[in-house]
Design a protein around this ligand. Structure first.
Ligand code: BGC
Length: 747
């Protein structure tokens, strides 16, 4: 009788648990329903040690001419329950075939997660992330990730290794192309927008991707900009500038985090317990799972922190790493480590639970094939709507660096355009680095974009002139001939797409090869010339800048590059992009960034002959183009800056007038300087912006509202609070050209 009663109570309890399934948490914060929690516990109790370790192991699909392929050895691992996730595998049939092995042939039928580097689009490729950040358009950035998620999930994927939110001040580092530039405040806003775009409101939705913030932490600060190099910085810099973007992802509910390859203060991130457990999990409350970067556990050996793979695996698990990417370190070592009591079963269980929770969140236990829908693959990828959005986003991401004598937009009277340069008809380079499943054949080159735009009255002549990185000048003659027969010249120069991205640090970041020489002879013709730049990092284009009357920075625009750039060149879109990374004059100025300190002996441009001040003797301190810089085909005037405080709020008001002849968008930027603090503060810090459309002749009054808390900064005890006193508010069109207003802010 009692037993029956107990059984009934248990059933009632079970039913309550199931029916009260709560899905109230943010997507990605690993909240799962009570019924899923029960299933997870049951599963965990059923798993063998090998199966548990399998869930912590991630392997890469290989590639051949037909697309991704998986080694038979990995197929065996899936069958034996020794692989929990696969990266680089996509397309519905292929993903389905691997998932089928997991859920039909493995003992416990645990579904796989499928991850891929969907960094700036999946099939429809958008401008590279650095370019996107120059749009200062958070809604477009979020929308691009939503479309990327839609296309990637339509091809069987459910996890992306993005967003990359590493703050960086060194353009020699090739991975600047993947980030949002140098500013932490803007970086946080963009990071959150990307997480929301990928993850949507519900990870179970078949069109959302689990995001992975990377590379935790401070990967963007390698010494001398050299890839994988040591990172060494003060705790204050780490907290103030380098950590907040990852925290912004955690606050936005990101479901996974990737460790970085670098060390911080002598401890590689992948074995850094303080970083992964104390800070990320305990202090920030991150509830997702932590994956290493590619073979990062194995790399603890050359780092000199582990003698062998077993020790490396122990350090990583102890630090808090849940999943081993491609290293087989967990697969080969955790069982022995457990046997020898160097790790505990609880540590393994915690890691496995984190991974399984993500699988429940993604709805993979309900339907392991939910991302494998042939119809979606056919209908939702590369749609005309996605192309239209991509084209607009290209135009929005371009930055007009120079425009003397109104060289741009191209006058309607022009009848012959010579398009010259090694990037003028390059489809491949348009993709930029990390182009996921983007197909270069489908990219619109600049030449095609221009031909699409002009009518039969305009002749377009194309000459390559030279290769991107090659000393050969034999093409110069034909380029000159083409230039002489045209009444307008567009010169397309820059870097190859592979010159930025992972492992693509450069010590010389000027135009490669003989492109400056080509520019010299073409611009020397005295004709109207507009330079169109393609590159994935700020370049030291000091020479080009003295030669060229007009320069349009277009980065790598992706699938619709040529069309979007043509929209800007012909004035169908009035450029509004602003740099999110400073352009140095030469590499000797690096690191160069706008939010630097004043020093005790600041250089005063009004006293250029002053000695013993903080300056170079051979180059000025100021950059070629400052952070926030970018021109428009119209002009804007700023006036009436004033600020007031009410309670805990600060209000900063400004009037912006479009003084030119075209309607245009302006990114109005607000910077703050804390004049005197208990520790020194930067000369300026971005604290707000508004991107506004202002009609020709129109004035707009804008107000920025700040909480006093937004004046806070980290102190030596790593606590964040603000100090009353004098603050200067700067509002303007870029970080160097502003109006300013000083006010005293009291507690
Ligand atoms: C990169 C990561 C990337 C991973 C998987 C690594 O080499 O550093 O950013 O997500 O490969 O492709």
């Amino acid at each position: 009788m009692l037993n029956v009663f107990k059984l009934k109570s248990a059933i009632v309890l079970w039913m309550i648990l199931i029916t009260s399934a709560v899905c109230s948490q943010k997507p990605g914060d690993q909240g799962i329903s009570s019924s899923d929690k029960v299933k997870l516990e049951t599963l965990l109790n059923t798993m063998t040690l090998d199966e548990k370790i399998g869930q912590l192991s991630l392997f890469s699909s290989g590639w051949d001419v037909n697309g991704p392929t998986l080694d038979d050895n990995y197929k065996r691992l899936i069958r034996e329950g020794k692989a929990g996730a696969i990266l680089n595998a996509y397309t519905v049939d292929y993903v389905r075939s691997l998932q089928r092995i997991a859920v039909e042939e493995s003992r416990l039928k645990i579904p796989l997660i499928f991850g891929f580097d969907v960094i700036h689009g999946h099939r429809t490729i958008f401008p590279v992330p650095l370019a996107q950040s120059c749009s200062w358009d958070l809604a477009s950035i979020e929308e691009s990730e939503r479309i990327a998620a839609l296309e990637a999930t339509a091809e069987g994927l459910n996890w992306t290794y993005a967003p990359m939110v590493d703050i960086t001040r060194d353009p020699r580092w090739g991975r600047v192309v993947e980030g949002a530039g140098e500013d932490t405040w803007l970086g946080c806003k963009i990071a959150a927008a990307r997480v929301h775009g990928f993850q949507g409101k519900d990870l179970k939705d078949n069109h959302t991707l689990l995001a992975c913030a990377k590379h935790f932490a401070a990967y963007g600060a390698p010494q001398a900009g050299r890839e994988y190099n040591t990172v060494d910085m003060s705790m204050l810099s780490l907290y103030e500038w380098y950590l907040p973007t990852y925290k912004a992802c955690v606050d936005a509910g990101v479901g996974s985090i990737m460790t970085s390859f670098n060390e911080i203060s002598g401890v590689p991130s992948t074995s850094n317990k303080w970083l992964l457990t104390d800070l990320l999990r305990q202090s920030w409350g991150f509830k997702g799972f932590i994956v290493t970067d590619y073979t990062a556990i194995n790399e603890l050996i050359p780092h000199g922190i582990a003698t062998d793979l077993e020790e490396a695996a122990r350090l990583a698990l102890n630090a808090g790493v849940d999943m081993d990417m491609q290293g087989s370190a967990y697969l080969n070592s955790l069982a022995d480590l457990l046997r020898n009591k160097k790790i505990t079963m609880k540590q393994i269980d915690d890691a496995v639970s984190a991974v399984l929770r993500a699988k429940f969140q993604l709805g993979l236990f309900d339907d392991p094939y939910r991302y494998c829908n042939k119809e979606c693959q056919e209908k939702e990828v590369m749609t005309p709507q996605n192309q239209a959005f991509a084209r607009k986003f290209v135009a929005e991401s371009c930055v007009l660096l120079k425009n003397q004598k109104q060289t741009l937009p191209i006058p309607a009277t022009v009848r012959t355009i010579a398009l010259i340069g090694p990037l003028a008809d390059s489809k491949k380079d348009m993709l930029g680095n990390w182009s996921a499943a983007g197909e270069w054949e489908k990219c619109v080159s600049l030449l095609e974009g221009i031909r699409n735009r002009v009518n039969h009255e305009v002749t377009v002549i194309y000459e390559k002139g030279c290769n991107i990185d090659d000393p050969d000048k034999t093409g110069f003659d034909n380029a000159l001939k083409a230039a002489s027969s045209a009444d307008y010249i567009i010169l397309a120069v820059g870097e190859e797409r592979e010159m930025t991205g992972e492992a693509s640090s450069r010590s010389n970041i000027d135009l490669p090869g003989v492109q400056n020489d080509l520019a010299e002879i073409i611009i020397g013709t005295g004709k109207l010339v507009a330079v169109v730049l393609f590159n994935g990092r700020p370049l030291t284009i000091t020479k080009l800048n003295t030669l060229a009357p007009a320069i349009l920075e277009t980065w790598y625009g992706g699938t619709q590059a040529g069309n979007g750039i043509a929209d800007v060149l012909f004035g169908d879109y009035n450029p509004s992009g602003k740099l999110t990374m400073t352009f140095p004059r030469n590499t000797g100025q690096i690191p160069i960034f706008y939010n630097s300190k004043n020093t005790g002996r600041p250089y005063n441009p009004e006293k250029p002959d002053e000695v013993n001040v903080s300056r170079y003797t051979d180059v000025s301190n100021d950059p070629l183009f400052p952070f926030g810089y970018g021109l428009s085909y119209t002009s804007f005037a700023y006036s009436d800056l004033h600020a007031d405080t009410t309670g805990d709020k600060l209000s900063i008001h400004v009037q912006v007038t479009n003084t030119g002849k075209r309607d245009g968008e302006e990114v109005v930027q607000l910077y703050v300087q804390d004049k005197v603090g208990s520790i020194t503060r930067p000369v300026k810090e971005l604290k707000g912006f508004q991107k506004v459309m202002i009609k020709s002749g129109e004035s707009k009054s804008l107000t920025f509202s700040l909480d006093k808390d937004e004046l806070s900064f980290y102190h030596p005890d790593l606590k964040k609070y603000w100090e009353p006193g004098e603050f200067v508010f700067y509002v303007g069109t870029n970080s160097a050209e502003t109006l300013s207003k000083s006010i005293t802010v009291k507690h």
